[in-house]
Design a protein around this ligand. Structure first.
Ligand SMILES: Nc1ncnc2c1ncn2[C@@H]1O[C@H](COP(=O)(O)OP(=O)(O)O)[C@@H](O)[C@H]1O
Ligand SMILES: [Mg+2]
Length: 301
């Protein structure tokens, strides 16, 4: 007889079953793991379709409730992970399944040193569409990074992992964004902070930079807020005359970003220190890089 597991159990293996509401799912394999959870490929007992079940450890029940609530607010959108169901305690979240994350795609040999322009266009535009939708729903994701971007076979992105998400405008409590992707206002103790959707834009720009050059723009010497902030300030040449920074140093070190003026323009509008001066997702989608090559509209968009 197959073993039914409880939400409090931490180790799961293929063949075990997970009950969520009236449905029962069998674990096929592990898909990935993050700070709060492990995600499994599962099949429902009634059909041979596939789902992903995010199993969140009990000590992170606050994040689980947060993510569940957020997915309910967001509903369906072509660039947000589809939410199917949740257990009563929110520790099991049943989600639409995707084969690949952007993190895995960026490690594939042909893309390690940068992706072709058309691929960058499709991936980054679909992330921005998702961010534009989040901003309309007043949700700040606060942990945008390649591990939290799922890709479908046509490279259209779905933002996932809403465990750190927070309502736009809420008062700061802790730095939710991973170093390397963190916006400067999230790690600068001198700034009175509120969560705004502009925080996700800086993280987005770090990803766009990586897709073009094969490198992340702001890799700190050590994994601390202070080192991350220093790296951003140095790479963007911040000084009194230039408080919002510029891309000169990055252009010199990574000349690839100058190859396509339209991508460079998006980066220069998004990698801006002051969030009030930083472009929004809507502003960026209006730039030539996204307008000049529109992809066909999808139902629901
Ligand atoms: N719907 C999904 N389909 C396929 N893989 C997924 C899905 N959701 C998450 N994953 C994989 O599981 C990993 C961890 O999920 P995530 O929601 O980011 O958890 P955490 O909150 O612990 O970071 C992701 O980085 C990704 O590799
Ligand atoms: Mg994650």
């Amino acid at each position: 007889m197959k073993k039914i597991i409880a939400a409090s159990k931490l180790s799961f293996s293929p063949g075990m079953t997970i009950p969520v509401g009236n449905a029962v799912y069998t674990i096929v394999k592990e898909l990935g793991a993050g700070t709060f959870a492990t995600v499994y490929l599962c099949t429902p007992h009634t059909t041979d379709s596939k789902v992903a079940i995010k199993v969140i450890s009990k000590k992170h029940s606050r994040e689980a409730l947060n993510e569940h609530g957020c997915l309910q607010i967001l509903g369906e959108h072509p660039n947000i992970v589809p939410f199917i169901a949740a257990s009563k305690d929110s520790l099991f979240l049943v989600l639409g399944h995707f084969e690949l994350t952007l993190s895995a795609k960026l490690k594939q040999p042909p893309f390690e040193d940068g992706m072709p322009t058309e691929m960058i266009h499709v991936i980054s535009r679909s992330i921005l569409k998702g961010l534009e939708y989040l901003s309309r729903k007043k949700v700040v994701h606060a942990d945008i990074k390649p591990m939290n971007i799922l890709l479908d076979p046509s490279n259209s992105s779905r933002i996932c992992d809403f465990g750190s998400s927070v309502r736009e405008g809420s008062v700061w409590d802790w730095n939710r964004t991973s170093h390397w992707f963190a916006a400067p206002e999230t790690i600068n103790p001198r700034i009175p902070r509120k969560y705004t959707s502009k925080l996700d834009i800086f993280s987005f720009a770090s990803i766009l930079f990586k897709t073009k050059t094969g490198h992340y723009p702001f890799v700190p010497k050590v994994d601390t807020d202070a080192s991350q902030l220093e790296t951003i300030q140095s790479k963007l040449s911040i000084d009194e005359a230039n408080p919002n920074g510029n891309l000169t140093k990055l252009e010199q070190k990574y000349p690839k970003i100058t190859e396509n003026p339209n991508i460079l323009r998006v980066l220069s509008l998004a990698l801006v220190i002051n969030p009030l001066d930083r472009a929004s997702a809507e502003d960026l989608l209006a730039q030539a890089f996204y307008c000049a090559q529109p992809d066909p509209p999808k139902a629901n968009e």
